[in-house]
Each structure stands twice: as structure tokens, then as C-alpha cells.
Design a protein around this ligand. Structure first.
Ligand code: GLN
Length: 316
């Protein structure tokens, strides 16, 4: 058995990422996001031996953005069940940008293609069947991230609410098609708030470790996500979690993952490693440029690719 110095490996992964030119841009279509430091980079890993490893700007706070789509999907499945949720959203990759509107008109069913793009996530928020959806979302986020003082970044929320016209267009479209049954502005308000919750890389690594460990916290042994939900969420992350970069990410890194325009990416190995990276400089598809390189490096060095050959097993 090989012994791995994880702290050392994380340093190497960051150095590897930094050895490439930072050719991305910080998201600016939500004005408040544009203040992030484009050279920031951090990584955190929560391992199944309860050890935590971190490097660089692992504790910098940033908004969760689209990574919230994983938590809202869990909450919708927990409160409404799979049948209801998947009558409002599909599970197919789009090949289009995360904020694309086009398939709502041209696709034969008029339901958004998957829960990891904006249209799908807005439809999913409409399925959260609790009286105080954002409150419950925040509570679940705190539990899954293992930090009970996680809060909303008010400035980002207001910035997003003021400028999110494309999301508004998507939501009204979903309302005309009967996909959204609730008040559109109310659903959008929850969506904007969810995206504006502030986390760091360690929070997301913690969340990832719970998804890696069948919904159970490795620290407390408490079940936080029902077991039947885990394969649904992870397979959708694998096929759709990196938007129109999902196929390339699956090929190069090979783990279920979810990114956000705040600069975070979280992903998880089969062997119960929760991994998260932060780097707000984004490529054209909205994925962290440093984050992609770090995950590529870790996947290769630790042989984490789901479809790569693992050690031979014997069956009898
Ligand atoms: N709040 C962002 C939006 O709606 C989330 C998008 C993202 O992270 N890709 O545009």
C-alpha cells in the first residue's frame, strides 16, 4: 500500500495549476462578484479517516452560486419526492451555457433539461415543499458543510436580484409552461438567495465528503441525506455538474462535480474523499481555471478517475 503525504500533494497541485497562465476572468455579470482576487487559489480535502487537509486560500469566503443547485435538489427530493421533481426537470446534459434559455422553446417537453443549469434549478426551487424554503435550505447547507454560522452575503444577493434579468426571463417562461406553479418572484428570490450563501473551500469539501459517504457525516455518524437520493444527485453531477464542460471534465477528471461562478468546484472520489477548490478566475464556460487544473492533478496522482483501472479484485 502506498502512503500519500496529502498536504504535500495539495501544494504540488496548486503549484501545477499556477504553472499555467491564468487566462480566465472573474465573473462580472453579477457586479458584486467582480471584486474577487483573480489570482486567489485554495483547496481543501476531507478524508474518510476524519482528517482534513488544506492549502492556499482554503478559508476565503465566496458565494456558493451554482453549487447550491446540489443542495436545492436534495431538499426538493427530500420534501417532494423524485416523481414530482422529475416531472418538472429532466436529467439530460445540455451542451449549452448554464444560463441558456434556448432549449425551453425548442426541446420537445418544455421542462428544463437538468437541475444543474439555471432553468432546471429554478424549476427545482419551485418543488421545495416547505413553508420557509430558504430558511430550510440554509439550515441544510450549514449541516452539510459542518459550520453553523454560514450566512447569506447580502451584497451579492441584492446585486444578483437587481441584475438577474435572464433568470427572470427563464422563470417567467417556466411559469407560462406550467413548470413553475408558484409565484415567480418568490421562487426567484429564493434562488438568488441560495446562490448568495457564503462558503469556503473547506465547507464544500465537508459537503462533498457527505455525498461521498452515502449521505452520512464521517464526523458525527449522523445521516444528513437519505440514501436513495445520493446516486441520483451524484449521477446528475457526473453528467451535468460542469455545465457544457461536463463531458471534458468527466474524461479528464472523472468524478461527480459541481462548479459555481463564485469560483468553487466540489467533487468526490469513490473512496470517500470530499474535495473542494476555490479560484474565482473562470474559463468561458464558467468553471474555475485553477480549480480544473488542481482537480486534474489530484485525480491523476491519486488515481481517482471513476473509470480508471483500479487494483484487481478477486471474486469467488
Ligand atoms: N447565480 C448565478 C446565476 O444565476 C449562478 C450561476 C453559476 O454559478 N453558474 O447566474
Amino acid at each position: 500500500m502506498s502512503v500519500i503525504n496529502m498536504e504535500q500533494l495539495l501544494c504540488e497541485a496548486v503549484d501545477y495549476a499556477k504553472s499555467f497562465e491564468n487566462n480566465g476572468e472573474v465573473a462580472s455579470y453579477i457586479p458584486e462578484l467582480s471584486y474577487a482576487d483573480r489570482n486567489a487559489v485554495g483547496v481543501a480535502v476531507v478524508a474518510n479517516n476524519k482528517k482534513i487537509y488544506k492549502h492556499g486560500n482554503w478559508d476565503t469566503l465566496f458565494t456558493i452560486q451554482s453549487i447550491s443547485k446540489v443542495i436545492s435538489l436534495i431538499l426538493a427530493l427530500q420534501t417532494s419526492g423524485a416523481e414530482k421533481v422529475f416531472s418538472k426537470v429532466g436529467v439530460e446534459p445540455t451542451g449549452d451555457a448554464f444560463n441558456s434559455i434556448i432549449r425551453l422553446e425548442t426541446h420537445h417537453t418544455h421542462i428544463p433539461l437538468n437541475p444543474m443549469i439555471n432553468a432546471g434549478a429554478i424549476a427545482v426551487v419551485g418543488c421545495i415543499d416547505t413553508p420557509f424554503a430558504f430558511h430550510d435550505f440554509l439550515e441544510l447547507t450549514r449541516k452539510l458543510c459542518g459550520r453553523n454560522n454560514i450566512i447569506l452575503n447580502e451584497a451579492v444577493y441584492l446585486s444578483e436580484k437587481a441584475t438577474g434579468m435572464r433568470n427572470r426571463a427563464i422563470a417567467y417562461m417556466l411559469r407560462t409552461e406550467g413548470v413553475l406553479e408558484k409565484d415567480v418572484e418568490h421562487v426567484l428570490d429564493i434562488y438568488f438567495k441560495m446562490c448568495s450563501v457564503e462558503v469556503n473551500a473547506l465547507d464544500l469539501a465537508h459537503l462533498a465528503s457527505i455525498l461521498a459517504n452515502d449521505g452520512v457525516s464521517i464526523f458525527t455518524g449522523e445521516r444528513l441525506v437519505e440514501s436513495w437520493i445520493i446516486p441520483i444527485v451524484k449521477s446528475i453531477m457526473m453528467t451535468c455538474g460542469m455545465y457544457d464542460g461536463s463531458g471534458e471534465f468527466a474524461m479528464k477528471v472523472g468524478m461527480p462535480a459541481k462548479s459555481g461562478v463564485g469560483g468553487g468546484i466540489m467533487c468526490m472520489s469513490e473512496e470517500n474523499l470530499g474535495i473542494a477548490v476555490y479560484g474565482p478566475s473562470l474559463d468561458a464556460k464558467g468553471n474555475s481555471v485553477y480549480g480544473l487544473r488542481i482537480l486534474e492533478y489530484l485525480s491523476k496522482e491519486l488515481n481517482l478517475h471513476y473509470f480508471a483501472g483500479k487494483s484487481t479484485k478477486e471474486y469467488y
